[in-house]
Design a protein around this ligand. Sequence first.
Ligand SMILES: [Zn+2]
Length: 304
Amino acid sequence: MTARPVSGPAAIPSWTVGEITAQRIDEVALPPATGAWLLPGATPYAVAEQDWLCPDFADDQGALRIDSHSFAVTVGGRRILVDTGIGNGKKRADPAWRDLDTDYLQRLTAAGFSPDSVDLVILTHLHTDHVGWNTRLVEGSWVPTFPVARYLTARTEREFWAGYPMDEARAQVFRDSVIPVEEAGLLDLVDVPGGGVEIVPGLRLVPTPGHTPGHLAVELTSRGRTALITGDCIHHPIQLSRPAIGACVDIDPERSEATRREVLGSLAGTDTLLLGTHFAPPTAGRVVTHQGAYRLVPVPADPR
Ligand SMILES: [Zn+2]
């Protein structure tokens, strides 16, 4: 497998939303096989129909580029991390997630987010590639990486998985990446009404169910500017042109598509910056209508 290089700690991409900044903390570029598995409707033919995807979001063979990263968001002086990637040293069946050894924590620290300075960790949902750095291995035990942070997810999300008949692989994710945070008393379950809920001035959790029942997107608002961090309600920009393309792991595919159409319809033609949780660089953009659906007009990170 060929790994694409990711940027070094000296070049952490950042976007400004009024007085809020959102930095992208790279973890790893996932292999082409991940895209083909995750979004089976995104065939090379479907990719080729959308020439705007190449070369940023797909290669010239029609393989999707899909990345794992977090957003480190500074809101009113608070350090807030949105999703925590795959994590190092986790035992996973999929080779793309298994036993990683990345410099994610060094990047996060270089961005001004040393682990003991993070105030809040928002988990858009409880899948393996969003909870990984919740914990790290210390002397043989998985312990919270962010010891003074509150970790937040939707109550609906936690309760869904509590009642879900997990296979061993998923149970392992909860044992090493979710339960240690709960046992440390650091996990808060948030009741998220249909219209969303503001948890910090300028930061709102937006229910975007379908991929998982309690899935959240994260809306940032400051001084008349707005951004939306997708989580996994949109995995890849091809879903702007083809909102019917779903992920193989969507819990409720119809709901997932309806949510995607709703989000895209609300963003189209607006100034809202879309920050994609799995979007390859340039990662961010604005949604515009295109051939009966939508496309992304990339917005590069701020010049340094
Ligand atoms: Zn994901």
